[in-house]
Design a binder for this molecule. Structure first.
Ligand code: UDP
Length: 403
């Protein structure tokens, strides 16, 4: 993993100095992150970088996982969907399954941290173990229009925390606890985002039998209906009538997402008549994702709902033109026609894709602007600073302002 000083050429000396100063104030405190999966999805992506980085800064940071079976993750995926306003029937049985597994985790998982940092709804009930230590609930999803039954159920736990963190201003409903707005981030020096030699990019294209003969449009996402892979194929088919190109739809699976294989099959079915569509089930391999993003002419993120959408910042950091839906945290990353193109429909996505493929200079400019926007707002250094300030703030009473 990259050392902290290696970030100086990217973000400047003063940013790194600030991190060291703030980290010093946290000496002696144990920060314990808890979530439900070590791989797959944005939360695991962030923790895999955040935890070693905080440790290198001298902050004693650990990471624990809750345990759950297929039934539990079936329920939490349903919660995830309905919190994002996708209709589904939630039953008392679902709440019972959630509580049965939560109860086991409450019994088995040691919540030893001075600050226990719980990510997303899956481990939320652990807070019933709260003692003298501080607890933060980190919400990575868009709960601006949630299923009220599930939200009320979760809220009974949320109000037991000391603070809640959301990714975007519109996401946070009214709560009687302290709320913080902190956007996620990418690590420019991780395998996912580091510069790659052309041979590495070509090798990955060869591995997946993707020729370089035509422009490549790519969406990299878990196979999840909220990522709208079928909508991506429809947009591509509209573009294809005018411009010859390829589509790469690539994604792996996440341990806490049981729907993936079914959605993958639906995408395969829809794509089978067109040999220029490449549907890839990826292993967990950051260099491969990086290479596919770098090999692309345009990156798509046509989500129907999105917490933040790390894939957008990953693409922009690679100075790629991006076409993405105007949902969730995506408009924080893309200013329409400045650092990418926002869309609201399949037709809108197809229109933007055609425009970018027709105007490479314009596409390049959007990509360059996007990279600067990410440098200023969505790199891990900013994220670490805000988290550490949040940790420190928990030790000061809310109504006292220190100047
Ligand atoms: N990702 C990956 N392999 C895949 C699909 C996704 O490594 O096959 C990564 C992707 O690069 C990004 C994260 O998983 O870093 C997904 O985060 P995002 O916020 O875009 O969506 P989420 O999956 O959390 O809804």
């Amino acid at each position: 993993m990259a050392k902290i000083d290696e970030y100086i050429p990217i973000v400047g000396q003063s940013t790194v100095d600030d991190l060291r100063l703030i980290a010093d104030r946290l000496k002696g405190k144990v920060i314990q992150h808890i979530n439900s999966t070590a791989v797959g999805g944005g939360v695991a992506e962030i923790l895999n970088r955040m935890v070693p980085f905080l440790r290198e800064l001298g902050v004693d940071t650990r990471w624990d996982l809750i345990k759950g079976g297929e039934q539990f993750f079936g329920v939490t995926k349903k919660f995830h969907n309905v919190l994002h306003a996708r209709p589904d029937a939630v039953t008392q049985r679902d709440f019972d399954i959630f509580m049965e597994t939560s109860q086991k985790n409450i019994e088995e998982l040691d919540t030893y941290g001075d600050i226990v940092f719980v990510h997303d709804p899956q481990p939320i009930a652990l807070v019933t173990k709260k003692k003298e230590n501080k607890w933060i609930w980190r919400c990575h999803i868009d709960v601006s229009n949630p299923h009220m039954g599930v939200w009320e159920f979760l809220k009974n736990f949320i109000i037991q925390y000391d603070a809640a963190v959301f990714s975007a201003p519109g996401f946070s409903p009214r709560l009687p606890i302290r709320q913080f707005l902190i956007s996620p981030s990418i690590d420019p020096l991780s395998d996912k985002n580091i510069e790659l030699p052309q041979e590495t990019i070509d090798k990955v294209l060869r591995k997946y039998a993707i020729p370089k003969d035509k422009p490549i449009l790519t969406q990299i996402s878990r196979f999840d209906r909220l990522k709208d892979p079928l909508g991506v194929i429809e947009a591509y088919l509209q573009v294809k009538r005018y411009i010859d190109c390829r589509l790469v739809l690539a994604g792996g699976s996440a341990a806490d997402d049981p729907e993936g294989l079914q959605v993958l099959e639906e995408a395969r079915e829809k794509a089978k008549a067109d040999s220029d569509i490449h549907i890839l089930l990826l292993p967990q391999n950051d260099i491969e994702v990086n290479a596919l993003q770098r090999a692309s002419t345009v990156i798509i993120q046509k989500s129907l709902k999105e917490g933040f959408g790390l894939t957008v910042s990953e693409a922009l950091w690679k100075a790629k033109p991006v076409v993405a839906s105007n949902v969730g945290g995506i408009p924080l990353q893309i200013k329409h026609k400045y650092s990418g193109m926002l869309c609201h429909s399949v037709d809108g996505a197809a229109f933007a894709l055609k425009q970018l493929l027709h105007s490479p200079d314009y596409a390049r400019k959007l990509g360059e602007n996007g990279r600067e926007h990410v440098r200023n707002n969505f790199l891990i250094t900013r994220h670490l600073k805000e988290y550490m300030l949040l940790f420190l703030s928990l030790y000061y009473p809310q109504d006292v302002v220190y100047v």
